[in-house]
Design a protein. Structure first.
Lengths: 371, 513, 218
């Protein structure tokens, strides 16, 4: 199936061996949009790399650029002002909501429900508007800077965000009504694509896919970063069956995560130091700290980050071109690169018709897979 | 089978026109003998008189077929229009039920005008009340300007009904001009034959469907049987199409389609048989007349289970969501018709619309009383306003009433399509064989019992007074009972309706447990 | 307030882990506290010789509950003769166990982050293995210990050229399948077209230039 196929959520091939309608063996074939980002970044300044990282997973651009920025700050040894951390958290969590909405909007048509696509994209428009106010564009924001953020919260952002998020929290109930109360959906997604947590961890799967199996593991609390500990939140963990997490569990985890992210943003808007109404000019030390621009050879920086799809990580080795202005090596860990082969294994034994259901429930994004 | 009638007597008019014109021809021909030399002599008028009957029948039938076909095609245009507009409204509104509000509220609270206030005598006030209630229950509670962009979209101006009406025609013409490609390794003979089978048999179905009491092409005594037989040939064509395209996806789609359509033919035919049993005839016109004249009750109320079964099996027969696995875009792109292009695809798509349209019309004929206005007899019998209703009933041709019912049923199909997910093939088959087939047998048994024991052919209304409330009421009761979620505790504990450990799979599979 | 692992517990667990694995021959590990915005992460950073890597990996998996292989980075240092090839393993201990079931109903494993101690504390571990200059760099594969290392090792070989001994099914994953043997793009002898990127901006036709056109204005 693929590379051109409406189901695959991106450009990759899934070779399946079938016996009638039952899947007997699978083999994923990736690399169609391998753009060589790791190599390109060896010839770019630290500030220039941020734009590439947005384009890794285009559906969840903010989480990737922040993932890189934390690693770059680790490499360069920069301390970030607290207000900037709050702004970053708002951007990341809004992006998480937008990414999950895109996932849900694509997952419905995979299973056959066409209405949810329009509904989710409609709400995603609200999130895109907010992110556009923050970052300047609708998809690739280039928002964080080493040491802080590009710009402070715009005037009136707080009211707009609160209005939109409150509306969004109401609308989530509609999605749940359409999915959870539909016997057809339950029949399609329960009992399909079992995945046990320890097996998943050994395979390298993380994030919502693991939390769907009843396990509370989230990089945001286990390897803490940013100001998540200041907010009142819980990772969304789903009660799965003893056989493991099925598609229904993975769906529920993401819906709950959307709610949790929305409430995190609302809390952050309340708690941001300096208040959400004050505006600092770009370059103000309250929102960005001065950062060195060179990293000598021998240093390295790495950071694990909770991306919408799992645990992402950047490893930067210092001492590259321009006497250290550019990194010597940029190594990107993509959760989906590891999850897609695992998801392909999960499909064995089920029907061809379950392939979109299972694949979609793992939320693949090929941009980050192929880098 | 005189039965019901209305003023739109197309058959009668055509018959008289044809008869009159043949008579004119007859009179124009010379009546004297004309010598043909060695071949003898011939009396043209006499010869013509001997074939006149057959000629009239032939011409009349051809004309009626053309008229019926044209009527069908023209009225078919409304069907994709309903689908498009209604799905758009369903997808871009609030709440899990249709919100009428979305029909007339635009961005920034602009409206197409509160037209209900313009109606005379203030009869539009209830509409305004409904609108206000829907607004307050399901509407945007935030007046914040920021969320304007996601307000329900609406129409602009009074032409809200007409934009996009001829889109279907434009699409069809576009397909007519596209290239016809046959895959290299496809089985050319079968590839070309399959669309012919599908399209021809579907159009043939319309020969037997009456569009009004006097608008039908053919009416043999067993029209129901013949029509269902022809209706069921299309799955064969579908399977041929899927197999001959030399494409593993179409093959999967074709096989799924063959299995699904076969599985659902049987409950369909048994439900239709139950209708025939209740009505006492295999003739569609007589079935309609039975509802209108003889029993004074629409079959929906006597046989609600049969109606539900007919509806479900028809949705499966026309391959609409939730049963559209054979052409599931997510896995199979277009399913069994992926490799077809141009007019063949265009006609097959039209055929899918036609089959859905036929299903809706048949439902209206079998269960909704055909071309009778609802409560017609009661309304006409009212003391003073009865005269008005009588005028209305007489002025409205049966065609219009039937079409309105059919379009309403189609809107229901569209509603189902927008709300439900696709059921997996083995689950579809399991549902068809294990649930619908026994249900349809039960339905048939009930129908036989009703006709034999309960039907009173001597009484005025046929069905005794308790029949409709008992049957329809028990159906509604069963529906309510089944629709209420069971076991709230387990629901809370598991937040799901099924225990996955006990969910039985249709086939064992070899996945790890 | 929000859930967070206790920094003190993480530091203590990191020190314990570093001490335990330093006892293996050829391995030296230490506590590495890295700052991350307003938080501090206590991680373990270790170096190992290629020969002791397999032993170290097995020890980590068996005795210390390291259950997650996050990424494998391969770096090519052509300047240094003794550590031309570097393989960095990023492993994590997540502390995830299959959730328990009571009467067939799964109870989610909600951890109390403050109460985690010792080997339950989630931990980041980074192990760096250096190889001297060789045409065929090879490191022992840990595909059988952590399945997550499988595709990471494929990618490292595909892009950097470091082979993994004992790895089954080594193939190209990101580059096309028909990539020439011996072509590993992330090695430093393969230059990016505009390694000095000023060239790209100053010379609009730079990308079409050939070496013979050096110094010419087109």
């Amino acid at each position: 199936m693929g590379p051109q196929h409406p189901m695959t959520h991106g450009l990759w091939t899934l070779k399946i061996k079938v016996d009638g309608e039952t899947v007997v063996d699978t083999e994923p074939d990736l690399g169609y949009i391998h753009r060589g980002v790791e190599k390109i970044c060896e010839a770019r300044d630290f500030t220039q790399i941020t734009t590439y990282c947005d384009r890794l997973c285009y559906a969840s651009a903010n989480t990737w650029s922040h993932s890189y920025i934390y690693a770059a700050e680790d490499l360069l040894g920069v301390e970030v002002p607290e207000r900037a951390e709050y702004i970053r958290l708002i951007a990341v969590e809004l992006q998480r909501i937008a990414s999950h909405l895109m996932w849900l909007g694509a997952y419905g048509p995979d299973i056959g429900n066409l209405s949810i696509m329009v509904w989710c994209l409609r709400e995603r428009e609200m999130m895109m508007d907010l992110l556009q106010e923050l970052g300047g564009s609708r998809m690739h924001y280039n928002f964080p800077r080493i040491g802080g953020v590009k710009r402070d919260l715009p005037h009136g952002f707080s009211q707009r965000a609160q209005a939109k998020l409150k509306l969004f929290l109401n609308r989530i109930q509609e999605y749940e009504a359409l999915f959870d109360e539909s016997t057809v959906f339950l029949v399609r997604s329960q009992g399909v694509g079992y995945a046990k947590p320890e097996e998943m961890i050994n395979h390298g799967v993380s994030g919502p896919n693991v939390r769907a199996a009843g396990v509370d593991y989230d990089v945001r609390w286990a390897h803490p970063y940013s100001v998540y500990s200041e907010l009142d939140w819980q990772p969304s963990v789903e009660r799965s069956s003893i056989k493991g997490a099925d598609c229904y569990d993975r769906y529920r985890v993401r819906v709950e995560e959307m709610r949790m992210s929305a409430s995190m943003v609302l809390q952050a808007l309340d708690k941001i130091p300096g208040g959400s109404e004050t505006y600092h000019e770009p370059g103000d030390p309250k929102i960005i700290a001065k950062a060195p621009s060179r990293a000598p050879e021998g240093t390295y920086g790495s950071h694990h980050f909770e991306d919408s799809r799992g645990e992402s990580m950047f490893y930067l080795a210092g001492g590259g071109e321009g006497r250290g202005k550019m990194p010597y090596r940029v190594s990107i860990r993509s959760p989906m690169f590891i999850t897609i082969p695992y998801a392909a294994k999960c499909m064995i034994g089920y029907k061809v018709a379950d392939i979109p259901a299972i694949m979609g429930s793992f939320d693949p994004c090929i941009g980050e897979t192929d880098r | 089978m005189a039965g019901t009638s209305d003023w739109l007597d197309i058959r009668g008019w055509m018959e008289s026109i044809v008869g009159w014109s043949m008579d004119q021809v007859h009179d124009l021909l010379p009546s004297s003998e004309i010598g043909l030399g060695p071949l003898g002599s011939v009396n043209l008028q006499g010869e013509f008189a001997s074939i006149q009957g057959a000629l009239e029948t032939f011409l009349f039938t051809t004309i009626m077929c053309t008229i019926v076909f044209t009527t069908m095609m023209l009225t078919l245009m409304v069907v994709p229009y309903i689908e498009r507009k209604f799905i758009a409204r369903l997808m871009d509104r609030l709440g899990a039920t249709t919100s009428l509000r979305s029909l007339w509220v635009g961005e920034g609270h602009t409206t197409a005008g509160q037209w209900w206030n313009q109606l005379p005598f203030g009869i539009g006030a209830p509409i305004g009340w409904v609108n206000g209630m829907l607004n307050s229950s399901f509407g945007n509670k935030s007046k914040h300007v920021a969320v304007d962009r996601v307000h329900n979209r609406g129409y602009h101006g009074i032409w809200f009904l007409f934009p996009g009406f001829f889109q279907a025609l434009a699409d069809f013409l576009k397909f007519a001009t596209k290239e016809h490609m046959v895959p290299t390794k496809a089985d050319r003979l079968v590839f070309e034959t399959a669309p012919v089978i599908i399209i021809a048999t579907t159009i043939m179905v319309y020969a037997f469907i009456p569009f009004g009491p006097h608008i039908w092409a053919a009416n043999p005594e067993l029209s129901l049987v013949f029509m269902m037989a022809v209706f069921g040939v299309a799955p064969l064509g579908v399977f041929f199409a899927g197999w001959s395209s030399n494409n593993k996806y179409t093959l999967i789609g074709g096989m799924r389609s063959a299995a699904q359509l076969t599985a659902y033919e049987i409950p369909l035919l048994i439900s239709v048989l139950a209708i025939a049993v209740i009505s006492g005839s295999f003739n569609i016109l007589e079935i309609v007349d039975f509802q209108i004249e003889t029993s004074n009750t629409w079959n929906l109320f006597i046989m609600p289970l049969g109606a539900a079964l007919f509806l479900i099996t028809m949705i499966a027969e026309v391959e609409r969501i939730p049963f559209d696995m054979p052409e599931a875009e997510a896995e199979l792109v277009e399913g069994w018709w992926t490799e077809y292009g141009g007019i063949r695809w265009g006609l097959m798509f039209a055929v899918e619309m036609m089959r859905a349209y036929a299903a809706c019309i048949l439902f209206a004929l079998f269960f909704l009383g055909g071309w009778q206005l609802p409560f017609e007899d009661t309304l006409v019998g009212l003391p003073y306003v009865g005269i008005l209703f009588d005028l209305l009933a007489n002025a409205t041709p049966g065609l219009v009433v039937l079409l309105l019912k059919a379009y309403l049923m189609f809107a229901f199909f569209v509603w189902v399509r927008a709300s439900l997910h696709r059921v997996r093939t083995d689950q579809i088959l399991e549902f068809g064989w294990r649930w619908l087939l026994p249900a349809s047998m039960v339905n048939l048994a009930v129908a036989i019992f009703l006709r034999l024991e309960v039907w009173d052919s001597t009484a005025a209304g046929g069905w005794p007074i308790w029949a409709v409330p008992v049957l329809f009421g028990s159906f509604i009761l069963a529906f309510i009972v089944l629709a209420i979620d069971e076991d709230e505790d387990a629901l809370e504990l598991n937040r799901r309706m099924y225990h996955t450990q006990t969910l039985e799979k249709a086939s064992p599979g070899t996945h790890r447990d | 307030m929000g859930k967070k692992i206790s920094a003190a517990a993480q530091q203590k667990a990191a020190e314990e882990l570093a001490k335990a694995i330093s006892s293996i021959d050829g391995v030296s590990a230490e506590l590495d506290s890295r700052s991350s915005g307003t938080q501090v992460r206590h991680t373990v950073s270790a170096t190992s010789t290629p020969d002791s890597w397999r032993v170290l990996a097995e020890t980590l998996a068996a005795d210390h509950g390291v259950d997650y292989c996050s990424m494998i980075t391969g770096i090519h240092w052509p300047e240094a003769a003794d550590k031309t090839w570097e393989v960095v393993y990023h492993l994590m201990r997540t502390g995830v166990t299959d959730p328990a079931a009571i009467e067939g109903v799964v109870q989610p494993n909600i951890t109390d982050s403050d109460a985690l101690t010792g080997a339950d504390v989630p931990m980041e571990i980074q192990i760096s293995i250096s190889l001297p200059d060789t045409r065929e760099p090879m490191v022992a594969s840990v595909q059988d210990i952590w399945v997550g290392a499988d595709w990471n090792e494929k990618e490292t070989w595909d892009l950097v050229g470091i082979d993994f001994e004992g790895h089954e099914g080594m193939r190209r994953v990101l580059n096309p399948h028909e990539t020439p043997v011996g072509y590993h793009p992330l090695q430093k002898q393969h230059k990016l077209r505009y390694h000095g990127f000023e060239e790209m901006y100053d010379d609009a036709q730079g990308f079409m230039r050939k070496p013979a056109d050096a110094g010419k204005i087109k």
